[in-house]
Design a binder for this molecule. Structure first.
Ligand SMILES: NC(=O)c1ccc[n+]([C@@H]2O[C@H](COP(=O)([O-])OP(=O)(O)OC[C@H]3O[C@@H](n4cnc5c(N)ncnc54)[C@H](O)[C@@H]3O)[C@@H](O)[C@H]2O)c1
Length: 267
């Protein structure tokens, strides 16, 4: 049975832990780690096997696969330690992977896998297939409720008055790499798209603040040698974190399920 360690017990981590506890996949949760120890203890006591709350190092030691559902900032410590110990990792804070080619090389050297679930979007299967050929353009428009953008460094630094907005307003336009830096907590989708699209094609991102909105809506358009692809996902936010879509946690669970199954559907 796959032994899973979990870093981060917030909206996504709790959903993953609960799915394992409810035996929705053939895996065992062997350790939890979080900078908020009390939160991790509280989750552990809600689970039937009461996984121990331990340091990052100890969690890595105990598992076969370490799941990160913490923050971009956590990756700098977590990824090198996990790879050094030869562990496979599943990463939710995808923005923190951009520009970290040294981690990809280290994973290859050690024979480790870095899994990046589709997160809050769909269509990465088709986009990966399309990227075998030439891609002419790739665009993402993310429409986010004000609650999901409030307090973002980019918004604060530019003095954007989200509460005064009367209509949908484009607050960011740029490359996926820039979006991941500007909105570390909310642009993992842009980073996942960047990793899936053929590296020779730029990925353009637009972020729209929606006053009174409640869903995180992502629209992707890709054009290339294969033809055209358009995908729109209207995401219900997680109850405990308005920045995070329910689908993101479900995508991590689906990725873990894939690993423990002999039949794998989709590219
Ligand atoms: N890939 C995607 O599409 C996608 C979608 C939504 C969220 N995310 C990302 O997934 C991550 C988790 O999201 P969430 O909604 O569960 O967040 P959350 O804020 O609800 O929970 C994060 C948990 O991680 C812990 N944590 C944060 N930094 C840490 C560190 N350096 N060391 C140890 N623990 C740390 C926090 O204490 C908290 O308990 C975030 O980085 C988020 O941006 C990715």
């Amino acid at each position: 049975m796959l032994k899973i360690g979990l870093l981060g017990v917030g909206a996504i981590g709790r959903t993953i832990a609960t799915a394992i506890d409810q035996k929705k996949l053939d895996a065992e949760l062997v350790a939890l780690s979080d900078q908020d120890r009390a939160r991790a203890e509280a989750l552990s006591s809600d689970l039937s096997n009461r996984p121990p709350v331990v340091s990052i190092e100890e969690m890595i030691e105990r598992c076969d696969l370490a799941v990160e559902a913490a923050s971009q900032a956590a990756l700098a410590e977590f990824v090198p330690k996990a790879l050094a110990r030869g562990r496979d990792v599943l990463i939710m804070s995808v923005g923190g992977l951009l520009g970290r080619e040294e981690w990809f090389h280290e994973a290859e050297k050690k024979g480790c896998r870095i899994y990046v679930p589709s997160g809050a979007i769909a269509g990465l299967d088709g986009i990966k297939s399309a990227s075998i050929g030439r891609i002419e353009s790739a665009e993402l428009t993310s429409r986010k409720p004000v609650a999901a953008l409030r307090g973002s460094k980019y918004v604060v630094d530019r003095g954007i008055q989200l509460e005064n907005l009367k209509q949908d307003t484009v607050i960011f336009e740029g490359l996926a790499e820039e979006a991941a830096r500007a909105f570390p907590a909310t642009s993992n989708v842009a980073a996942s798209l960047r990793l899936a699209v053929n590296p020779s094609a730029p990925v353009r991102v637009r972020i729209v603040a929606v006053p009174g909105g409640s869903e995180n809506v992502h629209e992707i358009h890709v054009q290339g040698e294969f033809g055209k692809l358009s995908v729109k996902v209207e995401n219900v936010p997680s109850k405990s974190n308005p920045r995070t879509s329910q689908l993101a946690a479900f995508s991590a669970i689906a990725t873990l399920k894939n690993l423990t199954r002999s039949l794998r559907v989709g590219t």
